[in-house]
Design a protein around this ligand. Structure first.
Ligand code: AMP
Length: 400
């Protein structure tokens, strides 16, 4: 069975083609790539398979054109891996927001598509391109089953006291204002792998999963279920991110809007695009640049200290609500690569049974234990694989 996994952003479509013969362990990536700059001058496609790599340029007006191009390349006689489009048996879509309706992945029918559309006001930047991708695949591959895998779904198990904000309750009822959490597919994957690496049943595990990339979120995962997570109603809440502020006193927003005469759009831009690592350092949103600058730039060093300080507070909080801890997992761009940030987060936590081994911590982008021998809590690096989870769920729902 061939499963196409599709992740549509506002101006990009990322894809991976998996084939599976019969077991979860058998999934193979046959090709992957990305179409960038959709609707902008200079659109291009990068495509990779086992023995081919190519970059092509072409005008791409919208997501449908991008998907047509992807399918064309996948079935290209020279560089493709399929004979034709009919060899695609199912499509799995990353959908950012499933609201309260979805605590699991779902086969997309008219009702499910309607429910995803209902969530547009909760994720106005993310759900619309996801919907465009679904509709384009439906018309390109009529009759081929499509599955939605939601970023929010894994956090559907968070208890009510963890997801309700202390606002007038009517706003939860009227607008569904609550904590949803994001990166769920990643937290789910690394918590499963983490329990496997620890050699304990997932159903008896207590883990903190730290997804640290451009966006950052931590989750407290008890017995395989998310019981709390740092992102909230939107991906703005929580830890320090590339360009997002994470937690702050909400009164600051009102203060700044008044003092600087800012519109809602301008304030939104400050919180989402100009804050975080970029805002504090004034250098870049990329922690590689900040690590390089830190020895001679005090704001770069402050940014790194702030990232680690905030992360420690979340680890302490999640340790408390989990009632103990078997393991901490680091994943995504920073979590998989930055020994410095991993070390500075875990430093001084031996009283919680957490200590890193400097030698083991040198690892990058591969599964490893990085805790010291005396650390009671195991600390792991696990590269995330959201596409694989989307392919698994698609196969479980329509192929198995
Ligand atoms: P992601 O969103 O998971 O693709 O992560 C992207 C982010 O990971 C980049 O913006 C960098 O901040 C960070 N990153 C990637 N590689 C490294 C590295 N070697 N050291 C520190 N940070 C890194």
């Amino acid at each position: 069975m061939n499963i196409l996994v599709v992740n549509c952003g506002s101006s990009t479509v990322k894809y991976q083609l998996f084939s599976v013969d019969g077991k979860e362990e058998d999934f193979q990536v046959r090709a992957k790539g990305i179409v960038e700059r959709i609707g902008i001058a200079g659109s291009k496609l990068e495509h990779k398979s086992d023995d081919q790599e190519l970059v092509r340029e072409r005008e791409v007006a919208n997501h449908r054109v991008a998907l047509e191009w992807i399918v064309e390349v996948l079935a290209d006689p020279k560089v493709g891996v399929l004979r034709d489009i009919t060899e695609i048996d199912a499509v799995g879509h990353r959908v950012v927001h499933g609201g309260e309706d979805f605590s699991d992945s779902a086969v997309i029918d008219q009702e499910v598509l309607e429910a995803i559309k209902q969530c547009v006001n909760l994720a106005p930047l993310h759900n619309p391109p996801n919907i465009l991708g679904i509709e384009a695949c439906q018309s390109l591959m009529p009759g081929v089953p499509q599955v939605a895998v939601f970023d929010t779904a894994f956090h559907g198990t968070i208890p009510k006291q963890a997801y309700i904000y202390a606002l007038p309750y009517q706003y939860y009822e009227k607008y569904k204002i609550r904590r949803y959490g994001f990166h769920g597919t990643s937290h789910r994957y690394v918590s499963q792998r983490g329990a496997q690496m620890l050699g304990i049943p997932l159903s008896e595990s207590k883990l903190i999963t730290c997804h640290m990339g451009g966006g950052v979120s931590f989750a407290a995962v008890k017995n395989g279920k998310s019981i709390d997570t740092s992102m909230g109603f939107t991906p703005l809440e929580g830890l320090v991110m590339g360009t997002r502020s994470g937690d702050l006193d909400p009164a600051i927003v009102l203060f700044l809007m008044e003092k600087e005469g800012l519109s809602i759009e301008e304030m939104d831009e400050i919180l989402n695009k100009k804050s975080g690592v970029l805002g504090v350092s004034g250098i870049s949103s990329d922690t590689r640049d900040i690590e390089a600058a830190a020895p001679t730039n005090h704001r770069a060093q402050l940014t790194l200290d702030l990232i680690a300080y905030r992360a420690k507070k979340y680890i302490g909080a999640y340790h408390a609500i989990l009632g103990g801890l078997d393991g901490i997992v680091f994943t995504a761009g920073i979590g998989e690569n930055s020994s410095y940030i991993r070390k500075s987060i875990c430093q001084g936590l031996l009283h919680l049974g957490i200590e890193i081994d400097d030698q083991r911590n040198k690892v990058r982008r591969k599964e490893a234990f990085i805790n010291s021998d005396q650390s009671q809590v195991k600390v792991m690096v696990i590269p995330t694989n959201e596409e694989l989870v989307i392919a698994w769920d698609t196969w479980k729902l329509v192929g198995k």
